[in-house]
Design a protein around this ligand. Sequence first.
Ligand SMILES: *Cc1c(COP(=O)(O)O)cnc(C)c1O
Length: 379
Amino acid sequence: MDKGFETLAIHAGQEADRETGAVVPPIYATSTYKQDGVGGLRSGYEYSRSANPTRTALEECLAALEGGVRGLAFASGLAAEDTLLRTVCRPGDHVLIPADAYGGTYRLFAKVLANWGVAYDPVPLGDAAAVRAAVRPETKVIWVETPTNPLLGIADITALAEVARDAGALLVVDNTFASPYLQQPLALGADVVVHSTTKYIGGHSDVVGGALIVSDPELGERLAYHQNAMGAVAGPFDAWLTLRGAKTLAVRMERHCDNAERVVELLSAHPRVTRVLYPGLPDHPGHETAAKQMRRFGGMVAFQVAGGEEEAVAVCGRTEIFTLAESLGGVESLIEHPGRMTHASAAGSPLEVPSDLVRLSVGIESIDDLLADLSRALG
Ligand SMILES: *Cc1c(COP(=O)(O)O)cnc(C)c1O
C-alpha cells in the first residue's frame, strides 16, 4: 500500500471485516479454527500460536509502518529479541552490543545467551570505526539502539549498515525510542527492526508487547517459523490494544516532541541541572546524525542534577504529574532513576549508568503543567 504514514497506521492490515463490515478488526479470542474437511483451512488459520487474525492485522500494520515486507508480533520486546537471536545465532557466534544498551537487552545477552555460547562485546556505537575494529570473524549481529536508553546516544545507522555488510553480519536496530514515525531503519540499510511495542507504538501504558520487522522475505519466513516453534506470541487482546494505539502514533509523537523540546529548554536553563541529554540539542555529539536520520528528536529526555545520587532520587520523588515509574512512551509523563530502576541490572557492568541521572518520558499532557511540575521538583 503506497500511502502516507498516518494512512497506513489506520488502514494497513485493517480492511473492514468481509462478513460483517466491522470497521475495526475484531478480537479473535479463539485458540483454534474449524476445518472444512481435514486440512481444509479457511484463509490459512489453523491454531492461534501459528496465526490469529487480530495478530495478523497488527503484524501487517507494523510491517507497513516500518517499510518492511514482514512483521511479527510477540508477547514482549524481550520475547521478540530472544526469538530473533536464537533464530540467527549459534553457539560460538559473537555479537556487538551498544555500550549503553537497554538493561533488559544487556541482561539477555549477559545472563541468558552467554550461557548458550553466544559471546558479546559492548561497543560505543556512535563511533563506527570502533565498531568496525571490534568485528570478529564470528560476528553475526551488530545490535543497535538509537537513541539509546537511557543516555540518548546516537548511532549512524547508514554507517553501521556498511560495517555490518562488510562483516557479513546482520544489522539489528531496536527502534523503540524513536518509533517508526521518527525513524525508519530498514530504509537506512538495517536488516531487522526490533520494537518493544509496550512503549510508543502501544502508547497508553496498558499492554506489553514486542515486534520484529524485516525487509527480506526469506529471513521473515525463518523468523515466522521460530515464532511458532518457540511460541512467545502476542495474544489477540494484546494485539488489538497495540493496533489501537498505533493508529494515533503520528499525532502522539508530534506532541511528545513538542513537549520534550519545551522541557529541554527549561532544564537547560535550570541552575540545579548540570547536564541535559537530548539529541535535539546542537551540542549533543550525535545531533547531526540524529538530524539526518530522524524526523524529530523524540520524547525521551535525560538529565543529571547537582547533588549526586541522593538528589536525583529525591527529584524523582517530588514530581506529581510526572509519575515515578519504569517504562516509557505512553501518553502520561513518567520519571525514573535509571541507576536504581530500569538499569539496576547493569550495575557493576561496563554498562552502568551515572548515579545522578534522571530519565523522563515526556507525555502529552498540557505543557504548562509539566513545566510547573518539574520546576517545583527541582526546587
Ligand atoms: C522496554 C524496552 C525493551 C524491552 O521490551 P519489553 O516489552 O519490556 O520486553 C527493549 N528495548 C528498549 C529500548 C526498551 O525500552
